[in-house]
Each structure stands twice: as structure tokens, then as C-alpha cells.
Write a protein that binds this ligand. Structure first.
Ligand SMILES: [Zn+2]
Length: 306
């Protein structure tokens, strides 16, 4: 009986354990299911939240994109504006350059005596009171009559010196007989010529003292090979040399053969600047055949070295 009861007891115990186990497992399954459900619910909530976040972010991104587009437009506009400003600055710089150049020319002109390129005639004279601003004494070795001091405008003296030195170095001596003469000196000379030559002096020496010599840019040259006299100068190597080379130093023959103003004066040379002298030489043109309007533009470059 005992073993039977024991057997029953053992069987009941197992059943109890199985039941308990079964209940426990079931409870666990239920609990697990509930837990999963909670997890799913939680995930669903999170997903919803993330979806909301995505919507918010997308809106924000769209907004930023829209702002970026706006900024791009602003940057493009700014760049165009900068380009326009640069272009205007370039234009202004160019204008400033032109103005500077014009100012330079005007400045040179304002500092250059307009009489230096004036054409003189029996109807258009230099003022009696005119005196060149800057005269320099010519060293005596360049002068034919060393007893008389001669003067020349200081700005063109280096070219005069270079011309005579160059001729000398090429075996052609040239001396200065007369350079600057005041109105008074010219008038005295004219009177002397009139006494010597009579009425013929009118075509030989400028009337009433009006002469290019009063400018300080004009000279009478002589050749020691010709006894240093004016007459016959056109037959000397000095005249030949000057005819071919004087333009390179800015000098011209004022009264060539068959001119309208005076008789042929082969000894009488006037400084007009290298540019004008060269143009006259190359075109085989004469100073007194040009108009004053054609000559005037050369004034601003009269002392230029080329
Ligand atoms: Zn002369």
C-alpha cells in the first residue's frame, strides 16, 4: 500500500510539476507576447516620431534649399554688380590715363613759349619787348668773332652744341656768327645794312628790327673754310652738311631758295625741334609753306630729344 501510495504520490508530484511548468510556460508566453506587443507599440510610436522628424527635416531642408537659391541669386547679382563696377573702374582708369596724358601735354604747352614756333612775316611780328626767358652764353670756341658774346636759349643749347660737335668730328667746322639779337640790336644792324646796301636791305634783313633772331633760337652760321663771312655760305661744306643733318638736331633753314619772305639765306637756321624739323625734311616741305595751325601741335614736343 505504501508503495502504491508512494507511486501515486510520485505521480501526483510529477503532474503537479508538469502543471506548474505548463502554467509557468504559458505565463511566460503570455508575458512574452505582451512584452513583444509593447515593443511593437513602442517601435510604432518611435517610427511615427521619426516620420514626423523626417517631415520636419524635409521641410527644413526645403526651406534651406529655397534660401540657398535665393542666396545664389544674390551672389550672382552681386557678381554682376562687381563686374559692372570693375568694368566702370577700367573705363575710369582709361579716362584718367587719357586725362593725365592730356594734362601732361597741356602742362608742357603752358610751359612752352608759343612764339618759338610762330611764323613771322612783314605783317606778323614779335613784340618789340619780347625777350626769351632763358638765354645762355655760348662758349667762345663755337663763335666766329670771339670778341662778341653770343646767347642762345638754354633748352636747345645741348642740341646746338651736339650739332656743331658732330659736324666738327666729321671734318666740317661750323662757327656761329650771330645768334640772339634784341629788337634794339636788330634795328641797329638793319640801319647798318640799309646804309651799306640801300633799299636792297629790305629783302636782306627783317624790316624794322623784326627778326627770328629775337627768339633766341635762330643763328647765322659761317664756315672758317670760307673766311667766316655770310656771303657764299651755300658753297661751303658746312652748308652742305647742315642741309643733310641739321634736322636731326631740330634745325631748319628758314629762308631757302625761292621763298616768299626774304632772299635765300643759306646761313640763317632756326631751331624748331627734332619732330618738326624731321617731318619737314622727310616731306621736303618748308616751315613757311605750312599753316600756323599745322605747326602748332609740334610746340608741346619742341624740346623732346627725338
Ligand atoms: Zn639770320
Amino acid at each position: 500500500m505504501t508503495s502504491e501510495r508512494g507511486a501515486i504520490s510520485t505521480s501526483s508530484l510529477y503532474s503537479g510539476i508538469a502543471l506548474t511548468l505548463s502554467i509557468t510556460l504559458s505565463s511566460y508566453a503570455v508575458w512574452q507576447q505582451l512584452h513583444l506587443q509593447n515593443t511593437v507599440n513602442s517601435l510604432a510610436l518611435q517610427t511615427q516620431s521619426l516620420s514626423n522628424d523626417i517631415v520636419t527635416l524635409t521641410t527644413a531642408v526645403n526651406k534651406v534649399n529655397a534660401q540657398t537659391d535665393g542666396l545664389s541669386q544674390v551672389v550672382t547679382n552681386a557678381q554682376q554688380h562687381i563686374d559692372a563696377v570693375n568694368s566702370r573702374i577700367g573705363g575710369i582708369e582709361q579716362t584718367v590715363g587719357t586725362v593725365t596724358s592730356t594734362v601732361g601735354t597741356l602742362q608742357k604747352l603752358s610751359q612752352t613759349d608759343p612764339e618759338l614756333l610762330s611764323q613771322y612775316s612783314k605783317v606778323y611780328f614779335l613784340s618789340e619787348n619780347y625777350t626769351p626767358k632763358h638765354l645762355t652764353d655760348i662758349p667762345s670756341e663755337y663763335v666766329s668773332n670771339t670778341g662778341v658774346s653770343q646767347k642762345f636759349i638754354v633748352e636747345a643749347w645741348p642740341l646746338l652744341k651736339a650739332m656743331i660737335d658732330t659736324a666738327q668730328s666729321e671734318g666740317v667746322p661750323i662757327k656761329i656768327k650771330s645768334s640772339y639779337r634784341s629788337f634794339k640790336e636788330q634795328k641797329q644792324l638793319k640801319n647798318a645794312y640799309t646804309i651799306t646796301y640801300g633799299s636792297g636791305a629790305n629783302s636782306f634783313s627783317a624790316d624794322q628790327g623784326y627778326s627770328e633772331h629775337q627768339l633766341g633760337t635762330t643763328l647765322d652760321f659761317v664756315s672758317p673754310q670760307n673766311g667766316s663771312v655770310l656771303a657764299g655760305f651755300e658753297k661751303t661744306p658746312a652748308y652742305d652738311w647742315l642741309s643733310k643733318n641739321a634736322y636731326r638736331f631740330g634745325f631748319i633753314l628758314s629762308y631757302p631758295r625761292e621763298n616768299k619772305s626774304y632772299i635765300f639765306e643759306p646761313w640763317h637756321w632756326r631751331f624748331v625741334g627734332i619732330r618738326l624739323a624731321t617731318d619737314l625734311y622727310l616731306k621736303n616741305e618748308r616751315f613757311y609753306n605750312m599753316t600756323q595751325r599745322e605747326i602748332d601741335p609740334y610746340l608741346s614736343v619742341i624740346f623732346d630729344s627725338q
